[in-house]
Design a binder for this molecule. Structure first.
Ligand code: S3P
Length: 171
């Protein structure tokens, strides 16, 4: 079993889909943001505030090296900027969760924990800037992806079934 790397824009549902997939497969799952928070013993938002974005990107780079060397049989859910790692292809099969910007924002805003979800993401503070970031990144996401899943208006069960089916076909 190769690793699966979930990429996609902030709030698209990478964590939720990962948690659903592991219920129905033999994969274990880890999340790059959770690992960074645990190693740093502080929240992503605090890391951005205290050290700046470049420091965070360096942590992601170190993590990407470790993932390539040491992690197998795992579904790796990543932060929205993790796709920039140059060794992504060596880590595993890249699965993009794709959705239009407005649908992603709607999904977050309709979530019971909307305030928390928006607050913990420094790059979502300004929606105009976030939209520009989305537009800048989307074609990069599409170029990198081995598998694309359009998650718009699909629940996590449907996304998970589609993901496992497509991964099985891919290998
Ligand atoms: C980021 C996405 C976040 C987190 C950090 C930066 C980005 O993760 O890694 O705030 O650059 O898109 P999520 O995609 O889980 O929100």
């Amino acid at each position: 079993m190769k690793n699966i790397i979930l990429i996609g824009f902030m709030g698209v549902g990478k964590g939720s889909v990962a948690r659903e997939v592991i219920k129905n497969s033999k994969y274990m799952t880890i999340d790059t943001d959770d690992l960074i928070e645990s190693m740093e013993n502080r929240k992503i938002k605090t890391i951005f505030e205290q050290e700046g974005e470049q420091y965070f990107r360096k942590l992601e780079k170190n993590l990407a090296k470790w993932l390539e060397k040491s992690v197998q049989n795992t579904l790796i859910s990543t932060g929205g900027g993790f796709y920039k790692q140059t060794n992504l292809k060596n880590i595993g099969i890249i699965v993009l969760l794709d959705s239009p910007f407005d649908a992603i924002i709607k999904r977050i805003q309709e979530h019971p924990n909307a305030v928390k979800k928006l607050k913990k993401r420094p790059l979502l503070e300004d929606l105009k800037k976030a939209k520009a970031l989305y537009n800048e990144r989307r074609h990069e996401y599409l170029k990198l992806a081995d598998i694309i899943i359009d998650v718009t208006d699909k629940d996590v069960t449907k996304c998970s079934v589609e993901l496992l089916k497509k991964v099985k076909k891919h290998v």
